[in-house]
Design a protein. Structure first.
Length: 425
């Protein structure tokens, strides 16, 4: 039987994967966002994860007739597929509890077209057990089919790094797993056929789920450690970056830097693991301590900026501050779970007026997500303080002198401005 793949969700994870599989198989990219589908069918990707020429090379006007990618919002089009790969987001709610709504809804969608012999593979980051205990029952209920008898499941956690043009999907080793040993081999083979870096077949789906969620939890805890060091060294009037550079000369010292931990992975995934641990009766102290510390950094940055302003005799109330960047990381348009917003809200509480400039972010998306106004153009206004929040390449050559009032301060969250900054993490 020929392989026909449906990728459910065409965002930062789904589109690069669909594009890659389309070089070897007939692929349908399914998304409920009509604007997104229309954009992709023109060969344009607003997430900037897939270059236009690469996307256009695989786009097809008819579905499943030959190798290539057909994007649609029409559920009927994916009925002929036999592999369904779910790549929807897994966020947390306002109380930092896992929100599985996108997974439930996408499972319902797949369940409507599921047939005997089909394999459903999940790529979304979850806590151990979600695939088989949460998603599979939805598939069974909607389809009327029996798990591991009529249809099967797989798991292969995404490892996309938004904005990274070096570590693209085919160059990142892929963990795979299946609901039976035989299905595990099939899932592994389909990924191995397109992933240059190779694959690692985990013994069970739960092992693969756990492996993914601890990857980002580990990074979160390490960043929390250096963020705490930055707070300590700031009190001791010691340059944190200089300390890390000196310590980094040891061969096994891990090169983590202080900063704001946002995005849809590192700032979210530890809560998924913590939730499952608590359900099992264990309170994860280190994981949650790391989360608390990292989530406190927006308020900390704002307080440090205000202290520097006061020391320079700048009136804080009604002061004009320029925030450089609002995306969650550099050279990327992704604003999901950006912690720059925490800095802005904290400054607003002090009575500061914040202007946001980011050449990468979409103003409409920022307004919708955070009710904040921003610009893709730099104004001629001069500011009482400038905060480098994101290390976009465009900011490295800025003339800060032309943006500052005479007594203004520059605060470097990313630690890349050297002597130009009055303060930094």
């Amino acid at each position: 039987m020929s392989i026909k793949i449906a990728v459910i969700g065409l965002g930062y994870v789904g589109l690069p994967l669909a594009r890659l599989f389309a070089t070897k198989y007939p692929v349908v990219g399914f998304d409920i966002n009509l604007n997104r589908v229309n954009e992709l069918n023109k060969g344009e990707d607003s997430t900037l994860e897939v270059e236009g020429n690469l996307l256009k090379q695989v786009l097809k006007s008819e579905p499943l007739q030959e190798n290539g990618l057909f994007c649609t919002t029409n559920l009927d089009v994916i009925k002929e597929c036999n592999y369904y790969i779910v790549t929807v987001p897994t966020p947390v709610d306002k109380n930092n509890r896992p929100d599985l709504t996108p997974l439930y809804k996408s499972s319902e969608t797949v369940g409507k077209v599921l047939k005997k012999g089909d394999i459903v593979i999940y790529e979304s980051t979850v806590y151990p057990g979600v695939t088989e205990e949460e998603c599979v029952p939805v598939l069974e209920k909607i389809s009327g089919l029996r798990f591991n008898v009529d249809f099967f499941a797989g798991y292969s956690p995404e490892r996309i790094n938004p904005g990274d043009k070096e570590h693209t999907v085919e160059k990142i080793l892929k963990v795979t797993a299946g609901s039976t040993p035989e299905i595990g081999k099939k899932v592994d083979e389909i990924y191995k056929s397109v992933i240059i870096a190779g694959t690692h077949l985990a013994p069970t789906i739960k092992v693969a789920e756990a492996a993914k969620v601890i990857e980002n939890s580990q990074r979160d805890i390490n960043i929390a450690f250096v963020n705490e060091l930055a707070k300590i060294f700031n009190l001791l009037n010691i340059d944190t970056q200089a300390v890390l550079a000196a310590a980094g000369t040891k061969w096994n010292f891990l090169p983590f830097k202080p900063g704001l931990v946002g995005g849809h992975c590192i700032g979210v995934d530890p809560y998924y693991l913590a939730q499952k641990a608590q359900e099992a009766g264990y309170h994860p102290e280190i994981i949650l301590a790391g989360r608390r510390l990292n989530d406190s950094m927006g308020e900390y940055v704002a307080s440090q900026v205000v202290k520097l302003m006061i020391k320079k005799g700048i009136s804080v109330n009604k002061a004009k501050v320029l925030m450089l960047g609002i995306t969650f990381k550099e050279n990327c348009p992704d604003v999901r779970n950006t912690k720059i917003v925490d800095v802005i809200h904290a400054l607003s509480d002090y009575g500061v007026e914040v202007s946001i400039y980011d050449p990468w972010a979409n103003p409409t998306e920022v307004k919708h997500e955070y009710n904040l106004s921003m610009s893709n153009q730099l104004s001629d206004e001069r500011f009482d303080a400038i905060i480098l929040g994101v290390a976009h390449k465009e900011f490295l050559s800025l003339d800060f002198g032309s943006l500052k009032k005479e007594q203004a301060i520059v605060y470097d969250v990313k630690g890349i401005l050297a002597s130009q900054a009055d303060g930094k993490l």
